[in-house]
Design a protein around this ligand. Sequence first.
Ligand code: HSE
Length: 437
Amino acid sequence: MQAVKVGLLGLGTVGSGTVSVLSRNAKEITRRAGRGIQISHAAAKEYNADAITGLDQIEKISDDAFAVVNDPEVEIIIELIGGYSPAKELVLEAIKNGKHVVTANKALIAIHGNEIFAAAQKKGVTVAFEAAVAGGIPIIKAIREGLAANQILWAAGIINGTSNFILTEMSEKGRDFDSVLKEAQDLGYAEADPSFDVEGIDAAHKLTIISSIAFGIPLQFEKTYIEGIANIEQQDVVYAAELGYRIKHLGITRKTEKGIEMRVHPTLIPHRRLIANVDGVMNAVLVKGDAVGPTLYYGAGAGSEPTASAVIADLVDIVRALTSDPENRVPHLAFQANELSDMPILPMEEVETAYYLRMQAIDRPGVLAEVTAILGELGISIEAILQKEPKEGASHVPIIFLTQRVQEKNMNEAIEKIKKLDVIEGDITRIRMESLK
Ligand code: HSE
């Protein structure tokens, strides 16, 4: 049988990896797919031809991406240019032309996925996006297919390698934020705009997708609560460790009776949890199903060949299903398109979680009582208190509280009241805390 002709958009980090892995593992991939897969037409604005193995096997390369999506010989388009535009126009054009699409573009799927999937459904083609979440970890396939028997209860993941690298270096080597971020950029982990990493936007894109396939809801990026790692200080990492916790940037989604939580923020987690020990640029996603219990998926969340691994897995899936009835393919968001739920997304104020609070207090009797009185009034139970010695000559001491679970709106009110106490100086650092039991 003739090889399936594929069009490739983008020859950057992931594009190069895809070309190399496809050519290096051609035999194995053909044995799995049942047909050869050939990139026949590629488009890239710029690329380093000497650095890409297998480039000579591509029949045609130009800088015209629209020529690729309009090439009648091409059956599948791989979109690896990233960003919203022209990626969206190219994907929609490919669908209009009856081509299947594989993309690693998390921003595109999180923001425009509902529209893209509707167009694909209408045309009977597939848009596959395994590489959009957690790089090489097959988390989409695991949730969408492997856990199909379960009611998913919650998922929590370290899904931004750059943030994890920064937190790990701060915690293990005592390095400061800016120098680690610079290194992450130099190593090619960070997004083109690194604020997407450190402000939590990249993780929120990925969490939006996880949440949709876990609970069968439309993609709702705009309702995701987003907080990055920029406010985490070295001292918080140290105090958290003293209390038996590690700080990780987590994406968390949970189904509650009132609605679905979708939140991305730094989180204290017990150091004995496996996921607390996922370091550097590595990613991990913990998914709890009612039947299977907790499951953990770990691996490289970025990088050329790890991400190519996910791209090619999607390609193989599509090739295997080329002749199948579109109605019988795995649905884009795991649940049949007409079965998506309108369950509300919980506003952050209504989310219940435990907290780490750090404040600077005057070192004199009665101060703790004033703070605990406010916490008590708002029904906030204290789990642990840590008071550090004042630094030489300092009039204030750091006090750290760990609280039990409470609604975010009560905690907001408590923080506002505590900040107004004469005995408290400056801002109060609040980091959410999850046991992930
Ligand atoms: N900038 C992303 C990260 C790359 O650091 O995880 C993979 O999406």
